[in-house]
Design a protein. Structure first.
Length: 315
């Protein structure tokens, strides 16, 4: 269940309450006249089943609440009520399958900001990946994958395409286009510094790397795995199961490819650099295509669900 806290101009409260009463999947309606001070208006509280929330938010926006009032949505961790149980039962579909498009867009945009923190995570992850390649350590490579923050902007691009809001794709695209080259450049400098101190060497880079050679040797499975990871990643975001994102992160070879490309460029192995950059491109493309298609499929599924007439008296 979700709880909606609405601030509504007094002259629109009646319309808002009527909308909530006729919406399937709502319960525990409360109206507090004149309570809101900024903006001035009434406060309306209502619990709503997750699967009914997205359509309801759209109707509330159509009433102008996002402009002249406010729409705040919070998760309800526990609701012991027969009315909330009935609301979840009456709402079409399953809550775990529901997509809150407004929340999805806000979350992915937040993870796509080209902030110092985001860049720091990407740079550190790329340096960890470079260390993993030099030491031929699968553990370090997995750690670098887990630290990498690149899935946020990728999900942001997928969401903007699925919602057909191209301008919203600008921020995540800029984050990726600036972030990866900057991370590779700083990692190249890091590798050369490590070389000065005798911790890295060209001989280490040119030696056998049985545990990490997949990083710069892309094949068809690189795209397949990235596509599967893209599907899983988007599902983890739309179902609010963010813990699964770690598994997604360690399934794709984005950060390791950037780390190896930095090493290869630093040591003058341009053919190997092309291989790792191809690996990076395949992984990014696979995630973007599969993630976007997953969101479009979910959008179509819920559009059809809303066509099913369901009417239950609301208490």
């Amino acid at each position: 269940m979700l709880q909606m806290r609405l601030i509504t101009p007094a002259e629109r409260t009646e319309d808002v309450v009527a909308l909530l009463r006729r919406t399937v999947g709502t319960a525990h309606l409360m109206v507090l006249p004149g309570v809101a001070q900024e903006p001035v208006g009434d406060v309306v509280l209502c619990d709503v089943a997750r699967e009914a929330a997205d359509a309801l938010i759209g109707h509330l926006r159509a009433l102008g609440l996002s402009d002249d009032g406010a729409i705040i949505v919070d998760n309800v961790d526990l609701s012991l009520s027969t009315r909330s149980a009935r609301a979840e039962r009456d709402a079409p579909g399953e809550g775990v399958d529901a997509v809150l498009w407004e929340a999805m867009d806000e979350a992915t945009q937040g993870e796509s900001r080209l902030s110092v923190t985001w860049l720091a995570f990407l740079v550190v992850a790329t340096m960890l990946a470079a260390s993993g390649v030099m030491l031929d350590s699968a553990i370090l490579l997995v750690g670098a994958m887990a630290v990498g923050p690149e899935f946020g902007p990728l999900a942001g691009i997928c969401t903007s395409v699925a919602m057909w809001t191209p301008r919203r794709a600008v921020r995540p695209v800029v984050a990726l286009l600036v972030g990866f080259p900057l991370a590779a450049l700083l990692t190249c400098a890091f590798a050369l510094l490590m070389d000065v101190f005798g911790l890295f060497s060209k001989a280490m880079f040119e030696g056998p790397h049985p545990a990490s050679q997949f990083v710069w040797r892309p094949d068809a499975m690189s795209f397949v795995v990235a596509a599967l990871a893209g599907i899983a990643g988007i599902l983890s975001l739309t179902s609010a199961k963010a813990g699964m994102l770690v598994g997604v992160a360690i399934s794709v070879t984005t950060v390791p490819a950037a780390g190896h490309a930095a090493l290869a460029l630093g040591y003058g192995h341009f053919a190997d650099a092309r291989g790792s950059m191809t690996q990076l491109g395949l992984n990014l493309l696979g995630i973007l295509i599969a993630g976007t298609l997953t969101l479009l499929a979910q959008k179509l599924y819920w559009a059809r669900k809303r066509l099913v007439p369901v009417a239950t008296p609301n208490a």
